[in-house]
Write a protein that binds this ligand. Structure first.
Ligand SMILES: CCCC/C=C/CC(=O)SCCNC(=O)CCNC(=O)[C@H](O)C(C)(C)COP(=O)(O)OP(=O)(O)OC[C@H]1O[C@@H](n2cnc3c(N)ncnc32)[C@H](O)[C@@H]1OP(=O)(O)O
Length: 392
């Protein structure tokens, strides 16, 4: 799915998309007061070809659907099958426009392209070192304020599942946070979930080299991703605002503190999914909570409440959901006032003892998982989820 938008774009803009850093775009899709001419529309199509960076699937689907509506009118494709995910996404986007008039679609397309271009100007005006909100991410909201860089997973309608784009954006945000002037970094989720873990549709975008290549690429991505958490140099704190699943749980063993709402749960259903532990949890969990308790989670998929996770040492402290945000952020702001170099050096001395071991564990876990992703057990579990036969 990650490359869906590129394919979409190339279908109607054959030359490669080259772009801009991409912010949240405020669209007014029903604006009809102005009417874009055919010339404006053609100019906008040419502008899209000049974009330097992938603006993300959701926007590209929007561009695709508006283009189709503007040129062909209401959706006239037969509805693709449930497993034909790419064409289904395109069909859904186009069909959602209903009977929107061609002229309105043309205007909305022009507006969208223009907002993409102007977003480049506004984001480039942000001055480094001041409180700022990053607009360059599609799957995250990143803000830096009061000495705290907050990385918020921002796919609430998908329970903050980590798609390929989000893995890359988190790595990018962590690298930026490691160099910015904030004292601490926080990872949290937008909406009711902290994260539902790996986006299971990641398994559907099969490259020309087939499932073996897919599994190999997944293992490379995962190793690099987890490596960023192992090496992160500043205090890294998880603010677990709701349920956490899979990799969003295992990674907690690499954080320096974990604060959870009493609404949060912690679930690693790897055996149910035909998979195996990652995020260094095969090493960190037995150390944190005892081998037997780790086995209950990682092998038998026992879901823990926030209270249980705290009793077992995975969570630092639990707060009532009604006061969670207020209490946690008050505390984090106080932490962020501590001398940043001292905090960094203290973290370094704690982490350095374990770093080599953690990287070795990470490599081994990724290699084992690469094999699991090719197993019938895993493939059946993914197909069951995608065909909505099973949920956790
Ligand atoms: C390359 C690196 C790989 C690293 C590997 C990591 C391993 C893991 O992380 S394993 C964990 C994988 N996660 C799951 O198995 C969770 C699957 N999701 C669910 O079981 C349920 O969605 C839920 C229990 C989390 C929530 O159920 P609920 O009924 O409240 O909401 P839904 O209607 O199911 O979800 C809303 C919406 O979000 C989509 N979605 C949620 N989680 C995922 C996910 N992990 N992958 C893909 N999509 C997900 C769900 O399909 C719904 O989408 P639609 O509204 O479009 O139907």
């Amino acid at each position: 799915m990650a490359h869906l938008a590129w394919r979409l774009a190339q279908r109607w803009c054959p030359s490669s998309l080259q772009v801009i850093s991409f912010p949240v775009v405020q669209l007014h899709l029903n604006r009809t007061a102005m009417r874009a001419s055919q010339k404006d529309f053609e100019n906008a199509m040419n502008q899209v070809k000049l974009l330097k960076k992938d603006p993300g699937n959701e926007v590209k689907l929007k561009l695709y659907s508006l283009y189709k509506q503007a040129t062909e009118g209401p959706c006239n494709m037969p509805k693709p099958g449930v497993f034909d995910l790419i064409n289904k996404a395109k069909w859904d986007a186009w069909n959602a426009l209903g009977s929107l008039p061609k002229e309105t679609a043309r205007q909305n397309y022009v507006d969208l392209v223009s907002s993409l271009s102007s977003s480049l100007e506004s984001s480039s005006q942000v001055e480094p070192g001041t409180d700022r909100k990053s607009t360059g991410y599609e799957t995250l909201m990143v803000t830096s304020e009061d000495g705290i860089t907050k990385i918020m997973l921002n796919r609430p309608t998908k329970k903050n599942a980590l798609n390929v784009e989000m893995y890359h954006e988190i790595m990018h945000a962590l690298k930026a946070a490691s160099k910015d002037d904030s004292a601490i970094t926080v990872l949290t989720g937008n909406g009711d979930y902290y994260s539902s873990g790996n986006d299971l549709t990641n398994f559907t975008d099969i490259p020309p080299g087939g499932v073996e290549e897919k599994a190999k690429n997944g293992a490379i991505l995962l190793r690099e991703f987890v490596g960023c958490f192992i090496d992160f140099p500043k205090p890294l704190i998880a603010v677990v605002n709701g349920p956490a699943v899979g990799i969003s749980v295992t990674l907690l063993g690499l954080f320096d503190a974990v604060y959870a709402s009493d609404r949060a749960t912690f679930h690693t259903p790897f055996s149910h999914l035909g998979q195996s532990p990652e995020g260094c949890s095969s090493y960190t969990f037995p150390k944190i909570m005892s081998p037997a308790k780790a086995t209950e989670m990682l092998v038998f998929g026992k879901k823990l409440t926030a209270g249980e996770a705290c009793a077992q040492g995975l969570v630092t402290e639990v707060f009532p959901d009604s006061t969670f945000q207020k209490e946690v952020w008050t505390r984090l702001k106080a932490f962020a006032k501590l001398p940043p170099n001292a905090m960094r050096i203290s973290k370094e001395i704690i982490r350095n003892r374990e770093k080599e071991k953690l990287h070795a564990v990470n490599a081994e876990e990724c290699s084992v998982l690469q094999g699991r992703w090719l197993s019938d057990e895993c493939m059946n579990a993914v197909v069951n989820f995608l065909s909505r036969k099973s949920k956790l």
